[in-house]
Design a protein around this ligand. Structure first.
Ligand code: AMP
Length: 360
C-alpha cells in the first residue's frame, strides 16, 4: 500500500505549519508556497518562495503536488482556477470567493444555508446610509479586505454616520445591525465532500479585536451548544465541505447568529491538538484527501491562550511555573507587537485559574 501523497499548502504561516505537521505524521510530503523563505512552515516542509498570487509559482506547486489546500482565504481564486487539475483542490474556489466577500458570504449564509445572521443590507455609497434609524446601532464593514476589525465602523450617532459615509464612498460595504451578544463562539466542522464531523463549541474572548483566549466547551447550555453545532453542520452540508471550516457566531439570549466563516483551520481551534482525539489540522488533512472522518471527542475542558509578541517573556515564565501547559511556538524570528508568536493550551485540571481570570 502506498497511500502517501504530496500536499501543497498555499501559505506557510502557523496554520500551514500545523497542517503540515499533521500531514507528515500521517506519512505525506508537504510543499508550501510563501513569500518568506523562513516562514513557520519552512521548519517542517519545503517552501516555494513566491507571492501567493504568482501564477507560475502556483503552477509549479500544482504540478508537483497531488492535492492542494490553503491556510488562509485571501488566495487569488482566478489564478488557482487557471492552474489546478480536475479535483486537485477539494475545497474548491467557490468557497474562497464566498469567504473573500462579505456580501457573497452573508447571502450564502442567509439565503442558501438558511442560518440566522444579523439583519444586513448591501451599501454601495453613502446615499444608502441616509435615513438610518439611529435608535439602533449598526456595524458597517467593507465587503472585501477587512480583517480583525479593520475596515469597520460602528454607527451609533450622527457623528459615526459621517465616518461611516467616508468608508461607504471608498468601498462596497455591508451594513449589519449591531448584535448585543452575550458571548462570541465558534464551531469547527470538517468534511470529506460527503460526510462531516463537528468539534465542541468554543468560547472566544477577543482583546483589541484579536483572539486572546478560547475556552472549551463554551459556557452555554447544552441546548445552545447543540444548536450551534447543528448550524455548522448545515453550512458544511450546503458546501459539500472538504477540509476544516470555522463558523464564528454570536450568542444573544436564546439566539445564535452566524457572523462569518473561515474555510480553513482557525486560531480558536488550536486547543484541539491536545484536547481532542483528532485535531482540526488532522481532520483538515483527512478531509482534503477524501478519507473517512472520525467522530470528535473532547478529552477534558481546556483553555488556549494566544502568545502575541508582547507576551513572550510572560509566556516563558508561565510555562516554567506551569509545566503542564502545552507550549507551541511557531518559530517566527521577530516578536512584533500583536504578532501571533505561539499559544499555550491547558486542561482545566492543570489551570489554577480557569476562564476569565486566566491571562498574561
Ligand atoms: P469580523 O471582522 O466580522 O469578525 O468582526 C470583528 C469583531 O467585531 C467580532 O469578533 C465582533 O466582536 C465584532 N462584531 C462584528 N460584527 C458585529 C455585529 N454585527 N454586532 C456586534 N459586534 C460585531
Amino acid at each position: 500500500m502506498n497511500s502517501s501523497k504530496t500536499i501543497g499548502i498555499i501559505g506557510g504561516g502557523q496554520l500551514g505549519q500545523m497542517m503540515a505537521i499533521s500531514a507528515i505524521y500521517m506519512g505525506h510530503k508537504v510543499i508550501s508556497l510563501d513569500p518568506a523563505a523562513d516562514c513557520p512552515a519552512s521548519k517542517v516542509s519545503e517552501v516555494i518562495v513566491a507571492p501567493y498570487h504568482d501564477v507560475e509559482a502556483l503552477r509549479q506547486l500544482a504540478e508537483r503536488c497531488d492535492v492542494l489546500t490553503y491556510e488562509f482565504e485571501n488566495v487569488d481564486a482566478d489564478a488557482l482556477d487557471a492552474v489546478i487539475k480536475e479535483g486537485q483542490l477539494p475545497q474548491g474556489t467557490d468557497l474562497l470567493r464566498i469567504s473573500q466577500n462579505r456580501i457573497f458570504e452573508k447571502d450564502f449564509l442567509a439565503k442558501k444555508a438558511g442560518v440566522a445572521v444579523a439583519p444586513y443590507k448591501v451599501v454601495t455609497s453613502s446615499l444608502d446610509l441616509e435615513h438610518l434609524d439611529l435608535s439602533k446601532r449598526y456595524v458597517l464593514k467593507t465587503a472585501t479586505g477587512g480583517y480583525d476589525g479593520h475596515g469597520q465602523v460602528v454607527i451609533q450617532s450622527a457623528t459615526s454616520v459621517l465616518q461611516a459615509s467616508k468608508l461607504a464612498n471608498s468601498a462596497e460595504c455591508v451594513l449589519e445591525e449591531f448584535v448585543t451578544f452575550d458571548m462570541e463562539i465558534s464551531v469547527l466542522v470538517s468534511g470529506n465532500g460527503s460526510a462531516f464531523t463537528v468539534f465542541p463549541v468554543q468560547e472566544n474572548i477577543h482583546r483589541n479585536n484579536i483572539l486572546s483566549k478560547t475556552i472549551v466547551p463554551a459556557r452555554i447550555s447544552d441546548e445552545l451548544s447543540q444548536k450551534a453545532q447543528a448550524m455548522a453542520l448545515q453550512i458544511a452540508e450546503k458546501l459539500d465541505l472538504s477540509g476544516t471550516l470555522c463558523v464564528e457566531m454570536f450568542v444573544a439570549g436564546n439566539d445564535i447568529l452566524v457572523n462569518e466563516i473561515a474555510p480553513r483551520p482557525h486560531n480558536s481551534g488550536h486547543y484541539s491538538i491536545e484536547a481532542c482525539n483528532f485535531s482540526q489540522f488532522d481532520t483538515h488533512i483527512l478531509g482534503v484527501l477524501g478519507l473517512p472522518l472520525p467522530p470528535i471527542k473532547l478529552h477534558a475542558p481546556a483553555v488556549m491562550l494566544n502568545i502575541l509578541g508582547q507576551h513572550m517573556e510572560k509566556a516563558q515564565t508561565f510555562v516554567q511555573e506551569n509545566p503542564s501547559a502545552h507550549l507551541h511556538l511557531y518559530g517566527k524570528l521577530e516578536a512584533k507587537h500583536n504578532r501571533k508568536m505561539g499559544h499555550v493550551t491547558l486542561f482545566a485540571d492543570d489551570a489554577a485559574e480557569f476562564g476569565e481570570g486566566m491571562d498574561w
